[in-house]
Design a protein around this ligand. Structure first.
Ligand code: SAH
Length: 454
């Protein structure tokens, strides 16, 4: 029997998708995806959408709960698209994430399961993030909404706290919401392209306590900016800067390319692996500082430096991974496409008295070709690409450069697995992969892999 929309069925959840949705099969073998369910749940499910071999549903009621369940501790969990695992124990979440890496790496990468180590968990389940970007809009009555997008949508969920963010962010959210209401300013409207404030963006140096508040504006600035700055300064003694980021484009991309400092300085410092790092608004910085240290230490262990090596840090951001290893190698070369991040990286080498580092702004592939032409040969290459992974041409270039070791830091197990397979076909064999949970509560999981030339 085919499933119909709005039909109510009984379903037992038997597995999870990579995105964190539970899956159960009907007697006819149709897979039904149910968000916020848990393996072992016996559910009454309402079918929302049907396809030939699968369907989407939502929980009508829980007939028998999974033993992994706990009460979600966030009032927005049902609406917000951020967390997917606040209804199960952290132990259960860790198992799911380890399995996600195992599934990808064995199925797509063809690598033996024994090479995947136990997932390293995050000490903090809540309030581990040091960065937030909140969209701003209005509800149908014109009331200011500031919070998060609903799952897979651009509908704003107004909220006054997020369990993943530091408490101090609440103060900034409230000041911003009140300021917009009192000064009667219209937020940006995606549909019409009118209105000023698009996003509130906050960055926090967890170790230093330094705070930067950034407003992403469709235009040059906000009305009565001085009043806003005054209120922020009064409420937040560690506020280092207020930055206006200009973004007039009709785009989903949050940040524009230009910044104007409205107060203080246009950056903060934080500390990681015993080093100090300058971080500007457009530069990437790991959002979970404590777990990033664990990840970087694992990468360092895999790099196994003795002091004689030329080390490449491709996709280096502000230079964090490479600089944390610079004292153990002969020369460090970092490559990154965002100019502000490279400026930060150079400054970060300087303030940490590291003088064997060279940072180049450019696309990883083009720059690797340039370095190849300069006849610079890396002994160890670290890569840390965005979710889409490495371009095949870059993999081929790295292989031609013939390093002894390659350390691959990845935020997407599927593209990691794809790339490890390509490396394996060119004599770089994966030795070990360690999953690291940088993002508790969400479906995301980081991994670091070591490849050796065979
Ligand atoms: N290793 C750094 C940054 C990792 S995030 C850290 O741990 O902090 C990935 C970085 O790759 C981002 O800084 C992004 O700007 C950069 N990037 C994205 N595409 C790139 C490309 N084609 N070439 C070089 N860098 C790129």
């Amino acid at each position: 029997m085919n499933l119909q929309k709005n039909q109510i069925i009984e379903l037992v959840i038997t597995s999870m998708t990579a995105e964190g949705s539970g899956v159960g099969k009907t007697d006819e073998g149709i897979a039904v995806f149910v968000p916020q369910s848990a393996v072992g749940d016996r559910l009454s499910v309402k079918i929302l959408k049907t396809k030939k071999t699968y369907a989407f549903g939502k929980i009508e009621s829980i007939i028998t709960p999974s033993k992994d369940r706990k009460n979600p501790d966030c009032p927005y969990f049902n609406k917000c698209g951020g967390c997917v695992y606040r209804h199960i124990t952290y132990d259960a979440e860790k198992k799911i994430k380890e399995q996600k890496v195992k599934d990808a790496v064995t199925r797509i990468g063809g690598i033996e399961e024994s090479k995947i180590k136990t997932l390293i968990s995050s000490d903090k389940f809540n309030r581990y993030r040091n960065k937030a970007q909140f969209p701003v809009g209005t509800d149908s009555d014109g009331k200011i909404m500031l919070g998060f997008y609903a799952f897979h949508s651009h509908r704003i969920i107004d909220c006054d706290d997020c369990m993943l963010q530091p408490e101090i962010f609440k103060t900034v959210m409230n000041i911003t919401r009140d300021f917009m209401t009192e000064t009667n300013q219209k937020p940006y409207d995606e549909a019409t392209g009118k209105g000023k404030l698009r996003h509130l963006y906050i960055r926090y140096g967890e170790k230093t306590g330094e705070l930067m508040v950034c407003y992403i504006v469709n235009g040059n600035g906000l009305k009565q900016e001085d009043l806003l700055v005054e209120r922020l300064k009064n409420a937040l003694p560690d506020l280092k800067g207020v930055v206006i980021n200009l973004n007039r484009e009709k785009t989903n991309v949050i940040l524009g390319s230009k910044n104007r400092v409205a107060f203080g300085q246009g950056f903060i410092y934080d500390e990681l692996c015993g080093l100090k790092f300058k971080i500007s608004p457009l530069s990437f910085y790991q959002v979970n500082r404590e777990t990033a240290e664990i990840l970087y230490n694992k990468a360092k262990e895999y790099a196994n430096l003795t002091g004689d090596e030329v080390l490449f840090d491709l996709y280096c951001g502000t230079g964090t991974i490479g600089l944390s290893m610079a004292k153990d190698c002969k020369q460090l070369i970092g490559v990154e496409i965002i100019a502000d991040a490279i400026e930060d990286a150079k400054e970060n080498a300087r303030i940490n008295n590291i003088d064997n580092a060279r940072f180049i702004c450019g696309n990883a592939f083009d720059t690797a070709i340039m370095l190849e032409k300069e006849n610079i040969k890396p002994d160890v290459v670290v890569v840390d690409p965005p979710r889409k992974g490495l371009e095949k041409d870059l993999i081929d270039t790295i292989v031609r450069m013939n390093p002894d070791r390659i350390v691959y830091v990845s935020c997407d197990p599927a593209t990691l697995a794809r790339d490890l397979k390509i490396f394996a076909e060119q004599k770089y064999e994966t030795q070990e992969i360690t999953p690291v949970d940088m993002f508790p509560g969400t479906s995301h999981v980081e991994s670091v892999a070591l490849m050796l030339r065979i």
